[in-house]
Structures are given as structure tokens and as C-alpha cells.
Design a protein around this ligand. Structure first.
Ligand SMILES: O=C(O)CCC(=O)C(=O)O
Ligand SMILES: [Fe+2]
Length: 229
């Protein structure tokens, strides 16, 4: 749609494929989504080191995800993002909510094979830097590589933006968030201009909630009845 095209930034200087859409949601939608996240039952949260998370839609599993209904406040965005064509015509059926307090992050990792190779992320409350790394090579033993030597570039992800990563960005590179309270805009931030950032500027993080919206292709249609002879 015209709406989408006007606000869509395809990054030419990052590996395929990154779409960064500033102000994908309004400030009202942002506070509504934050309210819903914090209204969820305490038992919905899993505390990890450096962040806590809520899992919605079911637990992805090699044998198929036993699908659980996604609440309407998230389903709306699953449908909105899917209608942009992010999941090749499929509808997102899985949402991870991550909460990072100032100074928290997530280690460089791959998201693994259980998802359609597209990850879409709405950010709430604070910016962050999403950092990308070359994978650990099989020659690791001969020439140990440090996290710093594998670092490639960062994306500045503003609150209310939508980030879509596909292809090589998803399947080959590792991504992570350094546990920092402040970020400085260097030329390693490849979407500086799309994100409206001033080189040299320092941004202070607050609490960031991210909605990671994906499609899990393999779903179990019915619950297996266990223990039946
Ligand atoms: O918070 C983010 O934007 C990244 C989250 C992430 O990489 C994950 O949950 O796998
Ligand atoms: Fe991830």
C-alpha cells in the first residue's frame, strides 16, 4: 500500500534483507501495548539472565508447535504485519515479548530452524542497538575469534519502529544486544539516516519491551491423547 511504501526503508548497505519502518505504531498504540504486556499474569513471565520474556502462541518444537490462541491485542499486529507479505502469505502465529531493563541485553545467537526465516520486531519504550556478528567459524580452534572481531554492524531500533529481517540477515548472521546503558552513533550503525540519527550522538537506554512476531510453519493440529492403549 502507499502507506507502507512511503514509510519503508530498504537498507542498501546492509546484507539482504532489512526493512526498517520508523513510527510503525503511534504513541497511543505503544502505551496500549505496554499496558497489555504489564497486565498479563505474573506466571506468563520467564526470568532469564539479563531479560525476562513472555511466550505467546505455543512452544515451537521440532515435532510441531501445539498452537495456543494469541490474545487479540497481539493478534491485531500479527495480522497487520502478515498483510505486508512478511511471511510469504502465511499469518504470524508466534510472539515473544522480551523486556530489557536499562543495561540489559541478549547474547549473540541464531533463532534456529523452527521459524519461517523472517523475524519482525516492534519496539516499545526505548531504543536499542541490535548488533550483528559473523558466525563462529569451523576454524575456531586454529584462530580463536573474539566477539569483537566477529562484530559486523548495528541497527538502531527506535521505539514504535518495525524491523523486518530476512534471508542472510536471519539465516547466516548472529544477532544480539550488548548489555549497555548508552549507545553512541558511529558509522557501524548502518541505518543511521533511516532512523534519523545524528552521527556522534549518544542515546541513553530506558526499559525496552520488544514484540518479536514470527511464523512457525510446523503446527500440531490436535493435541495427542497420551497414555491410551
Ligand atoms: O529484543 C529484540 O529485538 C531481539 C530479541 C531476540 O533476538 C530473540 O528473542 O530471539
Ligand atoms: Fe533472536
Amino acid at each position: 500500500t502507499g502507506f507502507f511504501c512511503r514509510r519503508l526503508f530498504v537498507l542498501k548497505d546492509a546484507p539482504p534483507t532489512v526493512y526498517y519502518i520508523p513510527d510503525f505504531i503511534s504513541e497511543d498504540e505503544e502505551s496500549y501495548l505496554q499496558q497489555q504486556v504489564y497486565k498479563s499474569p505474573k506466571t506468563k513471565w520467564t526470568q532469564l539472565s539479563g531479560r525476562r520474556l513472555q511466550n505467546w502462541g505455543g512452544l515451537p518444537h521440532p515435532k510441531g508447535m501445539l498452537a495456543e490462541k494469541i490474545p487479540d491485542w497481539l493478534q491485531t499486529y500479527c495480522e497487520k504485519i502478515s498483510s505486508l507479505g512478511a511471511f510469504s502469505g502465511k499469518t504470524a502465529n508466534h510472539v515473544l515479548v522480551n523486556e530489557y531493563k536499562q543495561g540489559e541485553g541478549i547474547m549473540p545467537h541464531e533463532d534456529g530452524p523452527l521459524y519461517h526465516p523472517t523475524v519482525t520486531t516492534i519496539s516499545l519504550g526505548s531504543h536499542t542497538f541490535l548488533d550483528f556478528y559473523t558466525p563462529i567459524s569451523s576454524q575456531e580452534a586454529d584462530a580463536p575469534q573474539t566477539e569483537e572481531s566477529r562484530f559486523l554492524f548495528s541497527l538502531l531500533v527506535r521505539p514504535r519502529s518495525l524491523l523486518i529481517l530476512q534471508d542472510e540477515m536471519y539465516q547466516r548472521l548472529l544477532h544480539g544486544i550488548r548489555p549497555r546503558a548508552q549507545d553512541t552513533l558511529t558509522d557501524k550503525v548502518v541505518n543511521r539516516s533511516a532512523a534519523g540519527a545524528v552521527p556522534g550522538e549518544t542515546l541513553t537506554r530506558g526499559t525496552r519491551v520488544s514484540l518479536t512476531i514470527r511464523h512457525v510453519p510446523k503446527v500440531m493440529k490436535t493435541k495427542l491423547v497420551l497414555g491410551r492403549k
